[in-house]
Design a protein around this ligand. Structure first.
Ligand code: GDP
Ligand code: MG
Length: 314
């Protein structure tokens, strides 16, 4: 078993991410920068390589190094430590989407959770429900992934553990009917947060699009006063696939934020930077384990800082 290292940002909030991503990227960047006698083109090329191999896409990498070249000249940065600090600033600017990182706090709120199978939707929903409940909000779960019987049962198990109700229909039932019933129940019980699980894979993209459009239509019609979030769940370990999934789902529906899961088991956290840059989409939460407490609010400044943190605060 790998040792788990808890990294604490300035505000003291732990990321709880293993050394794998932050540690390795930090080490690699430091090797490139701090070991060199001077800032030169060779250093920039090595840096580009480090970023690309850490799952930061080519376009985003080029954007970072172009900006860095300009900043080095403009700010007359002459020492490696200065370069390191400037990379942090650039990364933070790329991933920071301001207020958009926050989940809507107003109620009633409906959260539609989408993403491919196995990405961590159901688990993330349980974590979110647990979080909302701890904040004193009432929560209801909608098992609108009716594609597989196991999906609804899995949500029910979580619901029982957390102590929140789950609205579930039979396998193969119309997901929009589950949403409809859940809304009626949420209204009747004055529920603060309704979180809806969805199927990750239907036979075709057109099916998925039709299904999501139908669910959105039901919500628009039945619960126009509710605040809305559509969160895309992405598995960080899938690297570039996460990027193509963001593109595909983004074409189908209006995504308000991302939950990036499995950051505990990967060296590929650079995907956060790519997605934030390419899609201008805010990462709202990161998943760092399979337990209910393993969901962290994404904080851009802490993330950028963590890339270069010392690894001695175990
Ligand atoms: N290590 C780790 N495993 C996760 C995380 N989130 C989900 N998982 C696991 O990923 C697997 C698939 O999750 P699930 O929620 O069923 O995915 P779904 O098909 O999208 O609903 C399960 O074994 C989860 O325990 C995470 O943040 N870290
Ligand atoms: Mg599921």
């Amino acid at each position: 078993m790998e040792m788990k290292i808890t990294r604490k940002g300035k505000s003291g909030m732990a990321f709880g991410v293993k050394k794998s991503f932050f540690g390795r990227l930090q080490e690699k960047i430091e090797n490139v920068i701090l070991m060199r006698p001077e800032i030169d083109e060779e250093m920039m090329e090595e840096l580009e390589e480090v970023l690309i191999t850490s799952d930061i896409g080519m376009d985003t990498t080029m954007k970072i190094t172009e900006k860095l070249r300009g900043d080095i000249k403009r700010l007359r940065i002459s020492d490696p430590e200065g370069v390191k600090q400037q990379i942090k600033v650039i990364v933070k600017d790329l991933i920071d989407k301001g207020d958009k990182h926050k989940l809507i706090d107003d109620t009633p709120l409906i959260i539609l959770v989408i993403g491919v199978n196995g990405g961590g939707k159901t688990t993330s929903i349980a974590k979110l429900a647990y979080r909302c409940k701890k904040q004193g909000k009432s929560v209801l779960l909608a098992a609108a992934d009716t594609f597989r019987a196991a999906a609804g049962e899995q949500l029910e198990v979580w619901g029982n553990r957390i102590g929140v109700n789950v609205i579930k229909h039979k396998e193969g039932a119309d997901p929009s009917a589950v949403i409809y019933d859940s809304i009626q129940s949420a209204k009747a019980k004055k529920i603060d947060v309704l979180i809806c699980d969805t199927a990750g894979r239907l036979q075709t993209k057109k099916n998925l699009m039709t299904e999501l459009a139908k669910m959105n239509k039901i919500i628009d019609r039945e619960y126009p006063e509710a605040y809305r979030e559509t969160l895309l769940v992405l598995d960080a370990t899938t690297g570039k696939n996460a990027v193509s999934q963001t593109k595909e789902f983004g074409e189908i529906t209006n995504i308000t934020g991302i939950i990036l899961t499995k950051l505990d088991g990967t060296a590929k956290g650079g995907i956060v930077i790519t997605i934030s840059d390419e899609f201008q989409m805010p990462v709202k939460f990161i998943g760092v384990g399979e337990g209910l407490n393993d969901l962290r609010v994404f904080n851009p400044a802490e993330f950028a800082e963590a890339i270069f943190e010392e690894s001695n605060n175990v």
